[in-house]
Design a protein around this ligand. Structure first.
Ligand code: ZN
Length: 232
């Protein structure tokens, strides 16, 4: 995986062909040959698609948008951003999220971006929060404020437990939020699988006084998402 991104500045992160001119990260060909999630009709959110909603647990989240399915090369983006210290990928993913929001005319005028927090032990070990890198790019391009100290992860969950897909029971009370007063919170995350983590974060935020809670994620790992993808 590291070898894949070793030459990131010289080569396209998707096809590994040399980049030309001032092109960064993704070459012209790959920029025009990518998968995106399509929301049929006027459905306002991923969780309003019945087949997706059936195995996603987001009853405290008002709106969920994801940009790409959790398949290669996007799986590499996420794994390498998390474990390969290629922080530029956070910018790329944030960029793709903004492009997708623009294309679908999604706005939350008074929203505050809240990156999905990681436990401070994990932060110390990794040195960064990958969701924060994505959120920074969205904030820079869209002008949203980032609520740095609104939500924190107060319970440590081991990578093994996380890999086993966190249950609602295991996630319960794993976040803490400062007091809120009806604000619209836009949670930013890299990937959604079952939705348990995001749902517990949203539950905590609403209990603390948040109004609307949206979830904008880079990738969706739901098995049925492939029915709602197209190539751009
Ligand atoms: Zn390419």
């Amino acid at each position: 995986m590291n070898r894949f991104f070793k030459d990131k500045l010289a080569n396209c992160v998707i096809c590994r062909q040399p980049l030309s001119g001032d092109t960064q990260l993704v070459c012209i060909h790959c920029k025009h040959d990518q998968l995106r999630i399509y929301y049929p009709g006027s459905l306002p959110s991923l969780i309003h698609i019945p087949t997706i909603e059936a195995n996603t647990h987001c009853n405290y989240v008002d709106q969920v948008f994801a940009v790409v399915p959790y398949v290669p090369p996007y799986t590499d983006f996420i794994q390498t951003l998390k474990f390969g210290r290629q922080l530029l990928l956070g910018r790329l993913m944030g960029n793709m999220l903004v492009d997708w929001l623009d294309a679908n005319q999604v706005t939350e005028p008074s929203g505050i971006l809240v990156p999905m927090p990681i436990h401070f032990l994990r932060f110390m070990r990794r040195g960064y929060n990958q969701s924060q890198l994505i959120a920074k790019e969205v904030a820079a391009q869209r002008g949203y404020p980032i609520g740095e100290n609104i939500l924190s992860k107060c319970r440590y969950t081991s990578p093994q437990a996380q890999a086993k897909r966190q249950s609602r029971f295991r996630m319960r009370h794993s976040f803490a939020s400062r007091r809120l007063n009806g604000e619209t919170i836009i949670l930013i995350d890299d990937v959604i699988t079952t939705g348990h983590t995001a749902n517990e974060a949203a539950r905590t935020l609403k209990k603390a006084g948040a109004g609307r809670v949206c979830l904008w994620v880079f990738a969706c790992a739901n098995d049925r998402i492939h029915d709602y993808c197209f190539r751009i």
